[in-house]
Design a binder for this molecule. Structure first.
Ligand SMILES: *Cc1c(COP(=O)(O)O)cnc(C)c1O
Length: 354
């Protein structure tokens, strides 16, 4: 008999979120950028680090970082909340607006962490389904919201793992209809043709969540942020731990923005490659959903998905096996890599399908 206490019973047996990593030559399974951030950025961060007073607590309000982000988006610094990855932003949103007796709505298949974090914070998860093209069914969304009255409404656009983006009119209509806070997760925002940032306002129940992990090539930095009403930001500050954002990260995130055009260049390269990969997949008779992100969801027509995934691993190419996820039967998700990596993936797939 163990003397260790039992954890909260409502945690259940949920598996933590993870993507298995294997030793392969071509890693296209976690939607990271294939390119490192600019060397000049690293030099600037190193220089800052030399001058930092590490014996002192960092700026609790992350003022300089928030001012820089506010300038980037043409909003006020009081409309920005930053945290350790956008996942921590989502967690703070659930802590502040979810919790016992409250609900969070989302439409599957979508980013697994939305339901996971809601669940961890004791927020009841209410789920609807997407249309066959994986976009939202506005009428069904409105019915679910009317029936359940969720305090949080999660919209992932472009949606992970499908790559599909919502139309501006859909997001506007959801914000219009919602009694709760609409959270648009734009982890892939810069890859898309449209952003919900243009809808943000101090009296609008909408927040847009962004991350340094994908387009900024800084998944290892763990920095994300939210743009939304100043009142929501104030509330977020009450649930975040004091000094949650360390000083070095604040500086690194602020300095990254000086390399905006390099970020845009990387994004353009990835978008061009995404179009090439999509076209090649269609030519190989794969079912493909049009992506506005840095990955492509596809379904091999005559397989379980899992067997193709295994055959790709045998050729040292790792993609994400989504074939057993509800609503994604037989599907695989491939992250767009460098032109070389994409060539390797396409050649391996061609060989597997033969
Ligand atoms: C990758 C991803 C994130 C990023 O989370 P971080 O904690 O910022 O690394 C957030 N949302 C979605 C939908 C993602 O795919």
């Amino acid at each position: 008999m163990t003397r260790l206490p039992a954890p909260r019973s409502d945690l259940g047996l949920r598996e933590g979120y993870h993507s298995p990593q294997l030793e392969v030559e071509v890693r296209l399974n976690t939607n990271e950028s294939p390119y490192p951030p600019p060397r000049e950025w690293l030099e600037a961060v190193t220089e800052q680090a030399r001058d930092m007073a590490f014996n002192r607590y960092p700026d609790r309000s992350a003022r300089a970082l928030r001012e820089a982000l506010a300038q980037l988006h043409g909003v006020g610094p009081e409309q920005i909340f930053a945290a350790n990855g956008s996942n921590e932003v989502l967690q703070c949103l659930c802590l502040a607006y979810g919790g016992a007796g409250r609900k969070a709505a989302m439409w599957e298949p979508t980013y697994a962490l939305h339901s996971h974090i809601a669940h961890l914070t004791g927020t009841e998860v209410v789920q609807g389904a997407r249309k066959a093209d994986f976009t939202l069914d506005l009428d069904a969304c409105q019915r679910l919201m009317e029936r359940e009255q969720p305090s949080l409404v999660f919209v992932c656009s472009p949606n992970n793992p499908t790559g599909t983006a919502e139309a501006p009119s859909t997001v506007s209509a959801l914000v219009e209809a919602s009694q709760g806070l609409v959270v648009v997760d734009e982890a892939y925002g810069q890859f898309a043709s449209w952003s919900a940032l243009e809808l943000v306002g101090d009296e609008v129940p909408l927040v847009v969540v962004r991350t340094y992990s994908k387009t900024w090539s800084m998944a290892g930095l763990r920095l994300g942020y939210m743009v939304g009403p100043a009142k929501v930001v104030e509330t977020m500050e009450r649930v975040a731990l004091p000094y949650h954002l360390d000083g070095l990260k604040q500086a690194a995130g602020r300095l990254a923005l000086k390399f905006f055009s390099q970020m845009e260049d990387r994004v353009s390269q990835v978008v061009a490659e995404r179009e090439r990969v999509q076209t090649a997949l269609v030519k190989m008779n794969q079912k493909v959903w049009p992506s506005q992100a840095n990955f492509v969801l596809f379904r091999p027509p005559t397989s379980t998905g899992r067997d193709v995934w295994e055959a790709l691993v045998a050729r040292s190419v790792l993609v994400r096996d989504t074939s057993s996820w509800p609503g994604l039967e037989g599907c695989l998700r491939v992250t767009v890599g460098t032109p070389d990596e994409n060539d390797r993936f396409l050649a391996a797939l061609e060989e597997v399908l033969r």
